[in-house]
Design a protein around this ligand. Structure first.
Ligand SMILES: C[S@@+](CC[C@H](N)C(=O)[O-])C[C@H]1O[C@@H](n2cnc3c(N)ncnc32)[C@H](O)[C@@H]1O
Length: 388
C-alpha cells in the first residue's frame, strides 16, 4: 500500500534523513531498541525535527490531513453552544484548549461566543508544537485582534481551573505502545536496527503499567493473534486534567471505540495509521517527520480514568449526534436564503461532519464534568455510555 505514496522533495527528504539519523542514535544509546511509544514521540515531537515540531503544513487541504475545525466553522460554532451551556452553570468562565492546531477552532469559538455575549475571561491554549504555537498566535492576531488579550498560551496546566477543557483530535496524536498477542502470550513491539535499517522487534513489556491493560486485552481477544496499541499517555494526560479541573466540563473529541470494539478479535492489525499528503497507510517506519502517525482512542479507558479521578461521565455520543444536539442545522440556517453558493457549501460541510460514511460515526465525543449542578442534557442525546 505504501509504494504509491508521493515522493518527498529533496529538502523534505533531507529533513527526514536528519530525524532518522537522530532516532538511530537514540536507539544505539538505548542499547539497541526503543519502545514504539518513544519512536512515535521522536517522529512527531522531537524539537525542531518532529512532524508537529517542524514547519510542514500538516493541517487542511494543502497538508496531510483535515480536521473538523478545518472543514467548517460550523463545527466550532456548534461546540461554542455546548460551551455556553456549561458557562450558564459556572463562574468565572474560562476555556482551555489542548493541541489547538492551526488555531481555527479557538478563533471560531471566540467569534461565536462574542456574538452570543458569552465570552470567557480567558481562552488558554496548551500546545506541544512550537511551530503550531507560532501559527496560532498569528491567526488570533489577524482574525480576532480585539480579543487577542484573552488568548493566553500556557506551558503547564493551571491549578484549580474553572471552565471548559477541549481536545479535538489530540489524544490520537499521543504516543502509543504496540503489543503483540500470540498463543496466549503478550510481547511488546520495539523499534531496533538491523544492518542500519529500522526494524520491528519484540521483547517483554517495557512497563509494569502495561500489564493490567495486556491482561484485559487478552481476556477480550482470547487465543486470536492480535497486534494492537495501548495509549498510556492519554490516560496520564486525563488524570492530570482531572487534578486541575475544579469546576466545569471536558469535551474529548476523537476517533475511537469503546474497549470491546477496540480490542475486538476482528481488529487484529490494530489501529495505527499514518498520513502523508492525504494518503493513509500503515507503515510508521518511513517518512520520519514528514507524515502524521496516529492511533484510535480507547474511550472506555478514558472514561475509567475519569471515574477513578472523581469526574462525572456525562455523555458518549457520535460526533453527528453531538453536533445535531448542539444545533448545527439551526446555526447553518443563519446564512441568507438567497446566498445559494454559501448554502451549498454549508450543506457539503455538514455532510462531511455528520454523515456516518464521513466523520459523523467514526468520531466520538466523550463529555466529562466536575461539580456541575445540572446534567448537560444535550450531551445525552443518543447517548452511548452503555457501550463503554
Ligand atoms: C491532529 S492535530 C489536531 C489539531 C486541532 N485540534 C484540530 O482539530 O485541528 C494534534 C494537535 O495536538 C497537539 N498535541 C499533541 N499532544 C499534545 C499534548 N500532550 N499537549 C498539547 N498539545 C498536544 C499537536 O501538536 C497538534 O496541535
Amino acid at each position: 500500500m505504501t509504494n504509491k505514496l508521493p515522493v518527498p522533495d529533496p529538502i523534505a527528504q533531507q529533513h527526514s534523513d536528519q530525524l532518522l539519523a537522530s532516532i538511530k542514535q537514540k536507539i544505539a544509546a538505548a542499547g539497541g531498541k526503543i519502545t514504539f511509544a518513544e519512536y512515535m514521540q521522536h517522529c512527531l515531537y522531537l524539537p525542531g525535527l518532529g512532524y508537529y515540531s517542524a514547519g510542514s503544513y500538516k493541517l487542511g487541504e494543502q497538508g496531510d490531513f483535515t480536521t473538523a475545525p478545518e472543514i467548517s466553522p460550523l463545527f466550532s460554532q456548534t461546540l461554542a453552544h455546548h460551551i455556553r451551556d456549561v458557562f450558564s452553570q459556572i463562574t468565572p468562565s474560562n476555556i482551555l484548549e489542548f493541541g489547538a492546531g492551526s488555531g481555527k477552532m479557538a478563533v471560531e469559538i471566540l467569534k461565536e461566543l462574542d456574538q452570543q455575549s458569552c465570552l470567557p475571561e480567558h481562552y488558554y491554549i496548551i500546545e506541544a508544537s512550537a511551530d503550531l504555537f507560532q501559527r496560532q498566535k498569528i491567526l488570533v492576531a489577524e482574525e480576532i485582534a480585539h480579543l487577542r488579550d484573552r488568548v493566553i498560551w500556557l506551558n503547564e496546566l493551571p491549578k484549580n481551573f474553572i471552565g471548559v477543557i477541549l481536545a479535538n483530535e489530540v489524544c490520537d496524536a499521543m504516543p502509543v505502545h504496540s503489543l503483540h498477542f500470540q498463543n496466549g502470550e503478550v510481547k511488546e513491539r520495539y523499534i531496533g536496527l538491523e544492518n542500519d535499517q529500522l526494524q520491528w522487534c519484540e521483547d517483554k513489556l517495557s512497563q509494569e503499567e502495561l500489564l493490567s491493560h495486556a491482561n484485559d486485552i487478552q481476556t477480550l481477544i482470547g487465543d486470536i493473534e492480535v497486534i494492537t496499541e495501548v495509549n498510556l499517555a492519554s490516560q496520564a494526560w486525563l488524570a492530570s486534567l482531572s487534578e486541575s479541573l475544579q469546576l466545569g466540563a471536558i469535551f474529548i473529541i476523537d476517533y475511537g471505540y469503546p474497549k470491546a470494539s477496540y480490542y475486538h478479535p476482528q481488529r487484529s492489525d490494530g489501529t495505527l495509521m499514518c498520513y502523508y499528503q492525504h494518503q493513509g497507510h500503515s507503515n510508521p517506519l518511513i517518512l520520519q517527520g514528514l507524515q502524521d502517525i496516529t492511533a484510535h482512542i480507547d474511550f472506555t479507558a478514558l472514561a475509567q480514568i475519569a471515574l477513578d479521578n472523581g469526574l462525572d461521565v456525562d455523555g458518549f455520543q457520535s460526533q453527528a449526534d453531538f453536533l445535531l444536539a448542539g444545533g448545527i442545522t439551526e446555526l447553518a440556517n443563519r446564512v441568507q436564503e438567497n446566498d445559494e453558493l454559501s448554502l451549498f457549501k454549508q450543506a457539503t460541510e455538514i455532510k462531511r461532519l455528520t454523515l456516518p460514511s464521513e466523520m459523523g460515526e467514526t468520531f466520538k465525543v466523550l463529555t466529562l464534568s466536575r461539580s456541575l449542578n445540572h446534567p448537560l442534557s444535550k450531551c445525552q442525546l443518543a447517548d452511548r455510555r452503555y457501550n463503554l
